[in-house]
Design a protein around this ligand. Structure first.
Ligand SMILES: [Zn+2]
Length: 262
């Protein structure tokens, strides 16, 4: 268990490492999207007093932070996004590498323009009658199929919903300062031709894909352990992943899958 600071909500939470049941969720629950991220967070994150946490109420940036913190603990600190160089006739593979701590520090909430707290979770621009709140995961889920998602999101988080452009820009600037997006364009330089290479980084998709790859051995490990020790599937799935892998190795030294860790 580790205590993680949620920078936007300004709250500490407990984060535990995934077990086999979490690995099964990662493998069987559909695409690596926000819905899967929230299902995983509901299982592995609790309030520090032990009470459950409603992940749909989290600001969207804090969902990204939780997944990156989980990735840091399960796989490691260094992220390496691989891109193919688009330079003329090049096609070289370019690694864009960064550390999660540095990434989170860079995307930390900063100073907001002058605002006043309004009622629970709402803020008011100090020189305007406009009120706003920060988008939550629930808002993001609700607008997922909207024709104009950005507009639909603003409509949910603004009072009144229709405001003049200058006030809307001020609200958007305040939101970005208070809850910066963790989806970003990464930049690297091609070692072959020197061209600038860009890659989009979406923490939810990226980390869920990696965690899913990491979980992929769960079936073989359950099979090896159940065959050798005759424990039930539920007992094996409740083991921390590292211990499950070790037992599987001991149970079937020659047949055990080779795990790689970064
Ligand atoms: Zn190149």
């Amino acid at each position: 268990m580790a205590v993680v600071r949620l920078p936007v909500a300004g709250m500490d939470v407990d984060l535990r490492l995934p077990d086999g049941a979490d690995d099964i969720l990662l493998l069987e629950a559909g695409p690596p999207d926000l819905g899967l991220a929230l299902s995983l967070i509901a299982r592995v994150v609790h309030r520090v007093d032990g009470a459950p946490l409603d992940p749909t109420a989290l600001p969207i940036g804090d969902v990204d932070v939780l997944l990156l913190r989980l990735r840091q603990r399960v796989i490691g600190e260094v992220v390496s996004a691989e891109e193919v160089c688009a330079g003329p006739g090049c096609r070289a593979r370019v690694d864009i590498t960064f550390s999660i701590d540095a990434y989170l520090e860079h995307h930390r909430p900063g100073d907001a323009p002058p605002i006043l707290p309004a009622e629970e979770g709402w803020y008011r621009l100090s020189d305007d009658a406009v009120e706003f709140r920060l988008p939550r995961a629930a808002d993001q889920l609700a607008i997922a199929r909207a024709e104009w998602p950005e507009q639909a999101l603003l409509l949910r988080c603004l009072r009144p919903a229709e405001i003049a452009d200058p006030a809307r820009r001020k609200v958007e600037a305040a939101m970005e300062a208070m809850a910066p997006s963790l989806c970003a364009e990464l930049e690297g330089i091609c070692p072959e031709c020197g061209a600038r290479v860009e890659a989009s980084f979406d923490p939810i998709q990226y980390t869920l894909r990696e965690l899913r790859d990491q979980a992929a051995f769960v079936y073989e490990e359950v099979c090896a352990i159940a065959h050798h020790y005759h424990w039930s599937e539920a007992e094996i799935l409740s083991l921390p992943a590292a211990r499950r892998a070790r037992y599987a190795e001991l149970a079937a030294p020659r047949a055990a899958p080779e795990r790689t860790t970064a």
